[in-house]
Design a protein around this ligand. Structure first.
Ligand code: BGC
Length: 370
């Protein structure tokens, strides 16, 4: 924006024939990106991919990480606005804690794309994410299929549940998607949550923190499974929590090592656990594709184009334009572009290699391509 103002001034000078200005330098638009934290693996990837995509397309990028602290994120975004960014791309630490700064963005007429996590404020222009409810559905269906619950007869299976951060709007969708699949089996007594902890609030994990998930898992294992009770499944909403739960099971559970553990993201440590048979699946979301969709959307917004489903024809990524599922306030729908998640297990790890984003080492473990 600063550059644009300068350009206007220069054009005025040029009209009087005083000097000339190279065109390209005037045009660079600035993309302000605010990511929640570097302590959870995926956001490092998101930040890198977004920066690369936008810079390759000729934009200037300002990228900030907020250390999982929403007041830090407010001040980061205020700094981005003070630097006259042309558009904001925000993955919120807390989707309900950005009202002040969203008002400031609206006053400055800066469009805001909520990235991956919805911001609960009507100044959010668009939302780019994966189909979050489907992430949970895939986890629930995986459990149903792996245990063949439809044909379980009188058999019963013991399960525990670990969900995500209540401040993250996605966490409820993941949980609900899975529970809508699993609840009928809980009601029928086929799945038994031995701890009795099933409500979202009792299974949530602040900040998706691995250590917090580990400690809760240890408490549950100590209280309900130390007597030899068999544990069959631990539904975990994502990989950072699955990592803690897996550590807890390894250290504090004496039963056999066949507990089904779900996850989400394809974090490298969790992929190693999948290879080792410690974690059973992860719901993979290609965040490189998420950054490509975000670039296409941001460009269209900055160019003043009409935004609708036809944007999805401009990239070769499966993505739905959704004007029903996500509301920033009661009745206020946020137009959303939703990508499609997929299930990864030990049997199809090659699919990750095929994305070009992971390499399979000679030791059989995957690493992320730098
Ligand atoms: C993302 C997940 C991620 C979690 C913790 C969620 O908002 O959608 O992919 O596992 O945050 O980082």
């Amino acid at each position: 924006m600063k550059l644009k103002k300068l350009a206007v001034a220069m054009t005025a000078v040029m009209a009087f024939g005083a000097i000339s200005v190279p065109a390209a330098a005037e045009e660079a638009q600035v993309i302000g990106i605010s990511m929640p934290t570097q302590s959870l693996e995926r956001w490092n990837r998101d930040g890198e991919y977004l920066k690369e995509q936008f810079e390759n397309a000729g934009y200037t990028v300002e990228l900030k990480y907020s250390d999982n602290d929403s007041s830090q994120q407010v001040s980061d975004i205020q700094n981005l606005l003070a630097d006259n960014v042309d558009i904001l791309i925000i993955a919120a630490v807390d989707g309900e804690a950005l009202n002040t700064v969203m008002d400031e963005a609206a006053e400055s007429e800066i469009p805001v794309i909520a990235y991956d996590r919805l911001i609960m404020n009507d100044a959010t222009s668009y939302y780019v994410s994966f189909d979050n409810y489907t992430v949970g559905t895939l986890q629930g269906e995986f459990i149903v299929e792996t245990l063949d619950l439809e044909n379980a007869g009188d058999a019963t299976y013991n399960m525990e549940i670990t969900a995500g951060d209540p401040a993250d709007n996605n966490a409820g969708y993941f949980y609900q998607g899975a529970m809508d699949v699993l609840q009928p089996y809980i009601d029928a007594g086929t799945l038994v949550v031995v701890s009795g902890q099933t409500g979202f609030d009792s299974v949530a994990t602040d900040q998706w923190d691995t250590q917090t998930a580990l400690e809760r898992a240890q408490n549950i294992l100590g209280s309900y499974y130390a007597d030899g009770t068999q544990l069959d499944v631990w539904l975990c909403s994502n990989d950072s929590t699955a990592l803690g739960v897996a550590q807890g099971i390894t250290s504090d559970y004496a039963g056999d090592n066949t507990v089904i553990i779900t996850g989400q993201d394809g974090d490298v440590a969790n992929l190693a656990n999948i290879v080792d048979g410690i974690q059973t699946m992860t719901v993979y979301k290609n965040v490189s594709n998420e950054s490509i969709v975000t670039l296409a959307l941001a460009e269209a917004v900055l160019n003043g184009e009409t935004i609708d489903a036809s944007l999805c024809d401009t990239f070769e990524i499966e993505c739905a334009y959704d004007t029903e599922s996500y509301e920033t306030s009661d009745g206020n729908v946020c137009p959303s572009f939703l990508l499609v998640p997929s299930v990864i297990t030990a049997d199809n790890l090659e699919e990750l290699v095929d994305t070009g984003l992971y390499e399979m080492g000679e030791d059989g473990y995957l690493t992320a391509v730098e």
